[in-house]
Write a protein that binds this ligand. Structure first.
Ligand code: FEO
Length: 405
């Protein structure tokens, strides 16, 4: 059965939710699902904006057929060629043989690379920065948005009614559950964590490219009345709120002063040390603390919280004379995602050869930009002892001072 939502007089959401997929990109857990958004404009010409993942292709096709009411589909605009948004292109190309396809030069290159044979015979129209297309009363202007999230990405603005088709930008994990607009959910309470986890893990590496796009889009923003991303809610209010979040995340600036404690512990001793540290921080008035056992937390949640908080306490046993494997994986992901500008405290453990602290310090000082590693460190040899208690007090003092700056 069709399932559509009206956005403006002649623009509809025709996407769908996927709550069966366990891992987005086969990497990131999505326990609350994800939506694949697609839109249709019913003007003198009919235009679909973006295809969808195979898992929901049937729903998109039913939605299109329902809204076309027997009309032909004239155009398909492909802003982004990652398969979660373009798998149904081939099916649409078969069903609508006269459909013209608009995408970037690289978008068409990817269609060929992915083997989309059914687009052969369709008119393929390359869109570049500044190009405009008129479909009746609506005119759509394109901007190139390379690396937000792939190199072929376009975003477009319907200059007639102020609808911005933003591709992956302003997207989020989470299924929509019938509510497609930002004012139909409590985004700050219920969506912010998944929005941040999506952005920081999927596009986090490309902060400078997001900044470039935000700058380029600034002159058009007063015209924007709707932001229609490929995942998550359609924004029709509170643009300042979400723009501020994107600005902060893409500049690698923390959202909040607070402490992320990320620890691994083989037998509970390293965990004991950071539990004591957390209690002492709270006693000194630092209550904005989030603690994760890295061995039992998917790295995407750690990355998201690292983008949120200003300070990181990282606690690692020594393992094979190196950094404990799950902590190593976490710091490598930090590097891959270009995270920077944080203050770090190290807690290390090693029963006969304590190495993880020095290795972490060297990593943060040489591999990641603008990290301030505090001199005070807790160095455990087995279980925390009275020396470690003194080290904890000293570390708490400098953390409190740094957080209250
Ligand atoms: Fe949701 Fe980069 O695709």
């Amino acid at each position: 059965m069709h399932n559509v939502r009206k956005i403006t007089d002649d623009l509809y959401w025709i996407g769908a939710n996927d709550r069966r997929l366990a891992l987005f990109e086969n990497v990131h857990p999505i326990p609350e699902g994800v939506s694949y958004n697609s839109y249709i404009l019913l003007d003198e010409k009919t235009v679909v904006f973006d295809a969808v993942d195979w898992s929901v292709a049937r729903q998109q096709i039913e939605n299109i057929e329902y809204l076309l009411q027997g009309r032909d589909l004239d155009y398909l605009v492909v802003h982004h060629m990652e398969p979660d948004h373009c798998s149904s292109i081939e099916e649409l190309a078969i069903r609508y043989p006269k459909m013209k396809i608009i995408s970037s030069e690289k978008g068409f290159m990817f269609m060929r690379q992915f083997g989309y044979k059914s687009i052969n015979g369709h008119e393929l129209i390359e869109a570049k920065e500044g190009d405009t297309f008129t479909f009746g009363k609506h005119t759509i202007a394109f901007l190139e948005a390379p690396m937000v999230h792939w190199p072929e990405v376009l975003v477009s603005l319907d200059v007639t009614n102020g609808v911005l088709f933003s591709a992956d930008a302003f997207g989020s994990f989470k299924s929509l559950d019938g509510r497609i607009f930002n004012d139909e959910v409590n985004w700050d309470k219920d969506w912010l964590d998944e929005g941040r986890r999506y952005l920081t893990n999927i596009v986090g590496k490309y902060g400078p490219h997001i900044q470039y796009l935000l700058k380029k889009a600034t002159p058009y923003l007063p015209q924007v009345k709707f932001i229609c991303p490929l995942h998550g809610v359609v924004w029709r209010s509170d643009f300042g709120y979400i723009l501020d979040k994107y600005d902060k995340w893409s500049r690698y600036e923390p959202e909040e002063k607070g402490v992320l404690i990320a620890y691994a512990s083989m037998y509970g001793n390293t965990e004991n040390a950071v539990e004591v540290l957390a209690s002492k921080l709270v006693e000194k008035g630092i209550t904005n603390i989030k603690m994760f056992d890295v061995s039992n937390t998917h790295v995407s949640y750690l990355i998201s919280n690292l983008f949120k908080y200003s300070h990181l306490v990282i606690a690692s046993p020594t393992y094979n004379l190196g950094i404990y494997p799950v902590i190593h994986n976490f710091v490598m992901d930090m590097k891959a995602l270009n995270l920077q500008n944080r203050t770090v405290a190290i807690v290390e453990n090693g029963s006969w050869a304590r190495k993880s602290g020095d290795l972490l310090q060297e990593f943060f000082e040489t591999e990641i930009k603008n990290m301030t590693v505090l001199n005070e460190r807790i160095g455990i040899t087995g279980a925390p002892n009275n020396v470690n208690l003194d080290e904890t007090d000293a570390l708490v003092e400098v953390l409190v001072e740094s957080l209250n700056k």
